[in-house]
Ligand binder design. Structure first.
Ligand SMILES: [Ca+2]
Ligand SMILES: [Ca+2]
Ligand SMILES: [Ca+2]
Ligand SMILES: [Ca+2]
Length: 339
């Protein structure tokens, strides 16, 4: 089921739209330009937000064991309670709920995400756009047809999801506390809860698939529990650091101009030394029972965490890599082919 939000590379090559046959039997495939489609999608999202409400009364006064499930409805009245139209929350805080807007540019066209924040989450960190998030979600169209869900939490590499998804999940904080229940399950407390309304340009755009028609704006309900930093090429440089130009596109950072972008290249500068061997490696022994974590320095990243609990009670070791600039030219050795 989770595959539905995975971004297929086919998306970039398979364009389905209006076909027209010419005399020579060649087929012209027409893809609606982003600049034409974006206003249409935005208007459809605004219409949804104008005509729909959510079960805010349940979040204002949650009952014991409330599921924290969001329900969208065209019913303004919940018993004697009068709900607020979703559109009124846009960039406005009411009862601690709000809809934040976020602009993402695709092919020079600005697209707006509408991110409904019901619970921000009280954990100290947020998943980055290319981290592995631990979350549950439900995807639906503006017609409320559910096309995908993971109601039990799953781990998802956000770099492999559509932009509207990764750029929304990364706006929530994770849980602030995790308790082992004792039966193998865990209770997460104060995790992020919300939803995103995204134009098709930040979803699947021209590729219809699995119950989603082409150019369909999408809604995802989200519960964000945890996050893990990813290092896709295991070179000791976290993937988020490999986005050198900071544009949240991992494909356009390629120091040595070979076929592998830096986040998939264990030797970013194509000199004779692997990136991980161009770093200072330090192993910090520490203990689970009260030791504070090592403060990481500049260009220092955790690359391994080993629990030795079965050998030395409570002992773990944290290994870090610090990337250095030996010749002082401002380019770290792993990106510098002449150092
Ligand atoms: Ca890496
Ligand atoms: Ca980039
Ligand atoms: Ca490369
Ligand atoms: Ca190298």
């Amino acid at each position: 089921m989770m595959n539905r939000i995975l971004k297929s590379t086919l998306l970039f090559f398979v364009f389905v739209g209006l076909f027209s046959c010419k005399d020579d039997d060649t087929v012209t495939i027409y893809v609606v330009p982003y600049a034409e489609q974006e206003p249409i999608d935005n208007a459809a999202i605004v219409e949804f937000l104008t005509n729909n409400y959510f079960n805010e009364e349940e979040f204002i006064a949650p009952v014991v064991n409330f599921s924290y499930d969001i329900e969208f409805s065209t019913d303004q009245m919940a018993g004697s309670y009068t709900r607020t139209p979703l559109i009124d929350y846009v960039n406005t805080v009411i009862n601690n709920f709000t809809i934040e807007t976020k602009t993402i540019t695709v092919s020079d066209v600005d697209h707006t995400l509408y991110i409904l924040k019901i619970v921000q989450g009280l954990g100290t960190s947020k998943p980055r756009f290319c981290d592995e998030a631990f979350l549950s979600y439900e995807g639906m169209t503006l017609e409320k047809d559910v096309f995908d869900n993971a109601l039990n939490p799953v781990k998802l590499d956000l770099s492999a999801t559509v932009k509207g998804f990764s750029e929304s999940v990364s706006e929530f904080n994770i849980a602030d506390n995790v308790d082992a229940v004792g039966d193998g399950t865990f209770d997460y407390e104060n995790y992020g809860v919300g939803a995103v309304f995204m134009p098709s340009g930040l979803g699947y755009y021209a590729s219809p698939a699995g119950g989603i028609s082409a150019y369909a704006p999408l809604i995802f309900k989200l519960k964000v529990y945890g996050t893990t930093v990813l290092d896709h090429d295991s070179d000791g440089v976290p993937t988020y650091v490999e986005d050198l130009n900071g544009n949240h596109d991992l494909s356009d950072d390629n120091t040595d101009l070979d076929i592998f972008p830096n986040f998939l290249d264990p030797n970013d500068d194509n000199d004779p030394i692997l990136s991980k061997n161009e770093a200072n490696i330090v192993v910090y022994p520490m203990f689970l029972d009260g030791s504070t974590e090592p403060m990481l320095g500049v260009n220092e990243y955790e690359i391994e965490r080993v629990v030795n609990d079965n050998v030395v009670p409570n002992e773990i070791t944290i290994t870090t890599a610090t990337y250095i600039d030996t010749d002082g030219d401002g380019v770290l050795d792993y990106l510098d082919s002449d150092s």
